[in-house]
Design a protein around this ligand. Structure first.
Ligand code: ATP
Ligand code: MG
Length: 424
């Protein structure tokens, strides 16, 4: 154990307030990120299952790396292969092919006692906690240390330290059925951390918890990551969880890894159809369909502006209005943080002489703002749109908008195609 880890463990005595949780969640850089070797290396991983007389390909040539000290999220639809991936990384499932290295050790070559030892360096937490009902909280946390043959006095000390870390010192002698879901997960986290793992795997660890408890468990994981430098590989179907705690994210679609990148990039500009589908709620619904369909006279341009990183903190729109003969009418706005970076989205109507509106858009792009023109429908185009679907009722129209968002690489382009009749 490093001295940072030790002093961190000794200093933990309390729960965190929502404000602290937000503060923890908005930390920009992984505390222990280093330029060293990746802590998890997955190369050409393949895994199939036999179901009745069919072969199901759960993982199809997956390759990626997780850097030391980062929280790496994996998202995908149900059945995409997320749990199989995490179970291959600690060899609860043996891959059909490919190589997995954890902290430089090729664990796919290990068997018997060597594999058992390697597994102790890989902690795991589960959606249903997987605690032993007949053991107390303290005995659950002690269990992996007993298996590993630690001396009793050292186990007692370690368990006390970990229960303090997860805020459960006063429940050491309780049984799992006397605990809330959040408390059970804290025991699960303490148990996973007991053998001093180098990585922590989490399979839907907050999916069974209410939103407030989820926040508090995420705060604990984020704090463990930040202050102990523990790398976390986290699987979840909750986009909010990835958005709040992960640094990078991978997207799995039918057993294939279709996209990997920083959360700020994948969430603001998803490239793969699956990422756009998973993030649909996050991306869409910021331009009501009736607003898009409303005709605009000359010199009025509806645009969606996306600010990411430093540019989100500059008064760019105010400067624009001061320096160019354009008016900016804000119709929708949202400010948030993605993967610790400031992120903002504004839907505005720019009005003024056409040349000034065009140079306003160019100027915004030069400043690093993503500018998506949401269309300037002309009467003829609107008629055509009606014939192609925009004359339908609101639900169908919304559905058409969503479909086009899935089909097009850039959400704004999709919106424009839709307004122009979905023919593009
Ligand atoms: N032990 C098994 N035997 C047979 N098929 C399996 C087994 N485990 C997983 N599968 C199949 O592999 C595919 C991927 O399953 P997996 O559990 O990894 O999905 P998942 O992404 O974790 O889904 P969910 O979000 O529902 O948990 C599915 O088609 C599943 O039916
Ligand atoms: Mg699963």
């Amino acid at each position: 154990m490093t001295s940072t880890q030790r002093s961190f463990l000794l200093s933990q005595t309390r729960d965190w307030t929502p404000l602290e949780v937000v503060e923890i969640a908005t930390e920009v850089v992984p505390a222990a990120a280093s330029s060293g070797r990746p802590i998890i290396e997955v190369e050409h991983l393949r895994k199939s299952f036999r179901q009745a007389d069919q072969q199901v390909v759960a993982l199809d040539d997956i390759s990626f790396q997780v850097e030391p000290g980062e929280i790496f999220g994996v998202m995908g639809l149900s059945g995409a292969g997320k749990s199989t991936l995490i179970r291959c990384i600690n060899l609860l499932e043996r891959p059909d092919g490919g190589v997995i290295r954890v902290a430089g050790e090729e664990i796919t070559r290990l068997r018997g006692p060597a594999l058992m030892a390697a597994r102790r360096r890989i902690g795991m937490i589960f959606q249903q906690f997987n605690l032993m009902a007949s053991r107390t909280v303290a005995a659950n946390v002690a269990f992996p240390l007993e298996i590993a043959g630690w001396p009793r006095s050292r186990i007692r000390q370690r368990v006390a330290t970990l229960l303090e870390l997860v805020g459960l010192s006063d429940r050491a002698n309780a049984y799992p059925n006397q605990l809330s879901g959040g408390q059970k997960q804290r025991v699960g986290i303490a148990r996973a951390l007991a053998p001093e793992p180098v990585v922590l795997l989490s399979d839907e660890a907050t999916s069974a918890l209410d939103p407030e408890t989820t926040l508090s468990v995420l705060g604990l994981l984020r704090r463990i990551n930040r202050e102990m430098g523990l790398t976390i590989l986290m699987i979840t179907h909750e986009m909010q969880v990835i958005r709040e705690v992960c640094h990078r994210v991978g997207v799995i679609d039918h057993g294939r890894l279709v996209e990997v990148g920083p959360v700020s990039q994948v969430f603001s500009r998803p490239q793969s159809p699956m990422a756009r589908r998973l993030l649909r709620a996050h991306l869409s619904n910021d331009v009501p369909a009736d607003l898009l369909a409303r005709p605009r006279s000359d010199g009025r341009q509806l645009v969606r502006l996306t600010f990411l990183g430093e540019v989100a903190e500059q008064p760019i729109v105010a400067q624009l209005v001061r320096e160019l003969p354009v008016l900016v009418n804000v119709l929708y706005g949202r400010i948030d943080r993605l993967g610790g970076q400031p992120w903002g989205r504004l839907v505005v109507e720019l009005s003024g002489p056409p040349a000034a509106v065009a140079s306003a858009c160019a100027r915004l792009r030069r400043e690093g703002v993503e500018v998506e023109e949401l269309g300037v429908p002309e009467p003829a185009t609107i008629q055509q749109a009606g014939a192609n679907g925009l004359g339908k009722d609101r639900d169908e129209q919304d559905e058409a908008n969503e479909q086009s968002q899935l089909a097009e690489p850039v959400p704004g382009v999709a919106a424009r195609a839709d307004v122009r009749g979905g023919a593009a």
